[in-house]
Design a protein around this ligand. Sequence first.
Ligand code: URA
Length: 225
Amino acid sequence: MSSNPIAFKGVLAEVRQAARDCKACDLWKNATQTVFGEGPSKSVIMFVGEQPGDLEDRSGRPFVGPAGKLFDRALTEAGIQRSEVYVTNVVKHFKWSPAERGKRRIHKKPRYSEIQACRPWLDAELRTVQPRVLVCLGASAAQALLGRDFRVSKDRGKPVDSPLAPSVIATVHPSSILRAQDEESRRTQMSAFVEDLRRVLQMARKVKSISKDSKRSRTPMGKTA
Ligand code: URA
């Protein structure tokens, strides 16, 4: 595993350690390593993406490649600090196929069975972090967590009733913005994404302020307004 500057402690560190040797489906065979989630173990907000990409697979950290950089920019614009949130994926090994020419590794969408095989790790993250606001990034995460009929195009940015967290919401995957046809639509899509993230921050502040649970100390959310 390549060096990771973040120190992990407690139950989550144990689960992360156990996930390193996961062979619950075949994806481990072509991946460099398991890419587990990262962030404070008591984060108010948890973001869930689809699966690690090429750079995540090499570095062992979620959302550090091009989509991750865009995600970081959007978080900053929305007033959310990445260091305060937990970021993970529904699938923890990179699924890819070789490009027809060259050495590029092309992302392949995970199958339902692979998402199911990986689910115990995500459930362990949910049980441990107990986020107050759960955010699905893109259709794979939304359909895995909210049901196969969930349509991000129709229901993004709207609160969803779910036993998984007090507030649950889905938005687009940051890589969809990277795939925008032209600069203008990229800008429009980025604004809509940032708008959804601002809603996430509002939800986090709201659930925090109405929470009577004083035992769990959580970091304050985002910049003070
Ligand atoms: N896309 C994801 O869904 N997750 C990552 O970690 C990186 C890109």
